[in-house]
Design a protein around this ligand. Sequence first.
Ligand SMILES: Cc1cc2nc3c(=O)[nH]c(=O)nc-3n(C[C@H](O)[C@H](O)[C@H](O)COP(=O)(O)O)c2cc1C
Ligand code: SF4
Ligand code: SF4
Length: 272
Amino acid sequence: MAHQVIRNTIVYFSPTGTTRTVAKSIAQGLAINPREFDLTLSTERTKTLLLDEAEFVLFAFPVYGGRLPGLVREFLVQLPKGRRPVAAVVVYGNVGYGDALLELYDLCVNRDYEVKAAAAFVGEHSYSHVLGRDRPNSADKESARVFGVGIRQTLFGNWAVAREALARGPKSQLRNYGIPPSVNFALRPHACEACRLCVRNCPVGAFQNGDPKIIDPGKCIACAACVKLCPHNARTFADDDFLDEVAMMVASNAEAKRPATFLPPNLPEYMG
Ligand SMILES: Cc1cc2nc3c(=O)[nH]c(=O)nc-3n(C[C@H](O)[C@H](O)[C@H](O)COP(=O)(O)O)c2cc1C
Ligand code: SF4
Ligand code: SF4
């Protein structure tokens, strides 16, 4: 169905910032100045996302254990239903995106949204500075911008992404990749300057009484924002088994993966 789009919104969750960068590069290609709905902090997630009829929405989320983060899923299932065009995007740490894109597709279709385009981009892995180092890099950002140009064209035509295009193999069920690992952290007390950047940027308020020294393991979703955003590298991962697992992931995913985009074939030349 062709859509008369009257407003555009980008909705993202991005504890370590790579998904946000990809979403903004896509928005550049869409040539829109979108409304942003950033789900990263819990204060934002409690707000209601009101959507106009025929509003275009770009959803962009990181991959956690080959699926979407649980709190993203919880947010999506309560969105207003309606026949509106959307694009589904996931960002993963150069290991694999599993069934996350398919899961996002299904959640959109369950809200009656029409998925006009889909993509998986690569971002530096939350647990490593080597895996997907510095991605999205300039080539990724350009791919994201071009993808945005493509999305814009899909809005004027009847194209929508078919589920079969995303479901690699004959599966209708989403695979369960297991819950994200629980992660232990160590704080180097002399390095910490008590700036509380980690506390302010924790997506789930896991620091007890706002104290950067105490993380509530029952709340922590292991997003690694408190490690990656610390300006003094004061927080580290502290579990040998976990670090061994990360080292194995790094060793077996040395090759840089390329963005995967799902758009109509033979898009007409972009008319701006
Ligand atoms: C709990 C957790 C699980 C993850 N699982 C995967 C995965 O299955 N495959 C992968 O390639 N990257 C995985 N990653 C890495 C993130 O998908 C990737 O680094 C992404 O760019 C992070 O997005 P952000 O910068 O917006 O937070 C995982 C990260 C976390 C924190
Ligand atoms: S961001 Fe780093 S320096 Fe600031 S309070 Fe947290 S651990 Fe300490
Ligand atoms: S405490 Fe846990 S949830 Fe909060 S920023 Fe650190 S890793 Fe993420």
